[in-house]
Design a binder for this molecule. Sequence first.
Ligand code: ADP
Length: 449
Amino acid sequence: MRIIHIAVEFAPFAKVGGMADMIYGLAMAQKDDDIQILLPNHSSGDLSVFDQISDPINLELFSYQKATYKNLSIVLFQTSQNDFKREHVYGYADDVARYLRFSLVCHQFLKGQKNIIAHLHDWHAAFFAFLNQKEHLTLFTIHNLAYTGAATLTQLLPYASSSELSCLKEGNSYHLLKAGILFADRITTVSPTYTQEILHNPSLLQSALKKNANKLSGIINGIDTDYWNPATDPHLSLNYDTSTLSKKEDLKRLIKKHFGIEEKKGFVVAIVARLVYQKGPEYILEAMKIVQQWGGGCILLGSCEDESLMQKFFEVKNISTYLSFTYNETAAHLAFAAADLFLMPSIFEPCGLTQLIAMHYGTLPLVSRTGGLCDTVEEGKTGFFFENQNHRDLKEKLLYVLDLWEKNPDKWKEMQINAMKKDVSWAKSVKEYNHLYSAISETYSQQMR
Ligand code: ADP
């Protein structure tokens, strides 16, 4: 069986958040298998990352280019409407229409190909499952249920009749993500706890999920531990591992200088996130104030377009704090390496990759008890939880953590080593995906008999 990933992000070509890392990391871990990745040819993407890229092959509805990246086979699509010639990957009024056409193009491209499993990622690729009508075997991965790809009937009518489309309706809209839930052979989310949460917490698509619970399971994401590796990371001027943790301290001093941070205690907390509701920006703000008052430093790398939210952060900025509201890959590596503590007070978190990266860099995560954070962080061993999502619990736990760092360096170091030694690679999860692909094709073979 050949695995075909259909997704809109892929690191390092086009990355907005964790999905890009996930597709890259999973594909690299699957490298020995026959796999291919289908992507939009985003103008905002960096084509220079590819080792090879073909000239465009022009067809009626779309054109495509074949590329390779570290021996991974990639196909980049442009539609005849030039849907992906935009400054950004997302954020346009016609996103739903653009990504519907992406699903359609991928469907056309794969027509007639034999022995494949199409692995669809999030709502952008979910409509493929609707168009597919059982031609190919499909696995649909929900990276984040909060984004459902809400569409109008008018947007969908070019693809099917209103009666065929009615199954996608929920509330006043049609939801592309629901196509993945209803029509894919199997569904995964990116952690076991998030799977339970979306089955049990009320949401627009809860009933569809419950009805399809027999197809649903959770597989935790990993990170590419070659790319995210403090011992070899080329972004760092000093590299370190568990046996040379004092170099992490030296690095912290250098990076504080680089970011222009001055603070009293020699302690730094980092936040690296898209600053949206999901990531708990109000908690981040509160925690930064507490750390500042206590005498520590803060690094906030928060991709953000909300002017009023940025203003709130600027109001608390002082000499102990570095703020950046753009996406900056190098700065993220420096932040993960320099910090003592990584803050992730998410309201909900399907998996979360940054806590994994932080642990791998010996930076202990303080996280809320939700979703994939529950499956990846161990209280008092590799990180810390604040139990209930309220400002009092966050403050109490943060003060406890700051006190532990100050008074019990041996315990802190022991936890850093635990965190760095924790297996956050794709090794285990790739086996679970392979198992699932086999189960899908096995069920299919039985049905054919
Ligand atoms: P999500 O997918 O919800 O955005 P994850 O924790 O799964 O969150 O993954 C986020 C990814 O995006 C990580 O690789 C993180 O380092 C990166 N990232 C987020 N914001 C920034 C930023 N401002 N600059 C650089 N990298 C960022």
